[in-house]
Design a protein around this ligand. Structure first.
Ligand code: PXP
Length: 245
């Protein structure tokens, strides 16, 4: 089967636009669960531009499905993660000026830094996933660090069109094979929408997709529960196709 992790950061983005108390990402998480979310994903950024510490603590208490915290290899947020203990932590690169996470972790250049973060999180009993570009060398380096999962960055695929999109999809398929060959759990995310999710959900062994922008955008129009339900339907349809030889 396949899990849908609903990223609720953008709900907090709207709240922070007015520094008020609505819309509340805690409500959004409850409604996402009602729609069939298998996980709630949030990114506690160093600059706290959307999710706040309070959100993480309350979500830890209220979310009944898997709680997946995205974070950078920064001592301050790592310490918070170890205190709050989400079910899973996904390490991502982070730059203050970026609009969203722009690439996978640089595992070749920053190996020691990532290794220390992985060790700290695992010592706190948290499963660790690394957000990586679909490149063999990075995946192999991740396996050497003893992580539980790799989340393949689907941004290249999502942003491409036509033949280039097919090429990017092929890269994801090959990277997915490598992740599974090394015995790691296979996750993917970034830029996935109702229109482009199908081929990614159909990749053999795909266990978890983390999707935010597209679901929250649709939720503004149709409501969070319905938006999550529709995305889950798309993913399950793709899995049915995957299972037909
Ligand atoms: N996965 C990771 C690691 C991310 O950083 C993000 C964006 O916060 C997502 C998935 C979700 O991306 P999107 O909002 O484009 O669906």
């Amino acid at each position: 089967m396949i899990r849908l992790g609903v990223n609720i950061d953008h709900v907090a983005t709207v709240r922070q636009a007015r520094r008020t108390n609505e819309p509340d990402p805690i409500w959004a998480a409850v409604l996402a669960e009602l729609g069939g979310a298998d996980g709630i994903t949030l990114h506690l950024r160093e600059d706290r531009r959307h999710i706040q510490d309070r959100d993480l603590r309350l979500l830890r208490e209220t979310v009944a499905v898997l709680l997946n915290l995205e974070l950078a290899c920064e001592p301050e947020v790592l310490q918070i993660a170890c205190q709050v203990r989400p079910d899973q932590a996904t390490l991502v690169p982070e730059r203050r000026e970026e609009i969203t996470t722009e690439g996978g972790l640089d595992l070749l250049g920053q190996r020691e830094r990532v290794a220390r973060a992985v060790e700290q999180l695992r010592d706190a009993g948290i499963k660790v996933s690394l957000f990586l570009d679909p490149e063999k060398e990075h995946i192999q380096a991740a396996a050497e660090l003893g992580v539980d999962a790799v989340e393949l960055h689907t941004g290249g695929y999502a942003n491409a069109r036509g033949e280039e999109q097919q090429r990017q999809l092929h890269k994801l398929v090959l990277a997915a094979e490598e992740v599974r060959r090394l015995g790691l759990a296979l996750h993917a995310g970034h830029g996935l929408t109702y229109r482009n999710v199908h081929p990614v959900a159909a990749i053999p062994g795909m266990e978890e997709l983390n999707i935010g922008h597209s679901i929250v955008s649709r939720a503004i129009m149709v409501g969070m529960t319905q938006a999550v339900r529709e995305m889950k339907q798309q993913m399950l349809l793709a899995v049915q196709h995957r299972e037909q030889p």
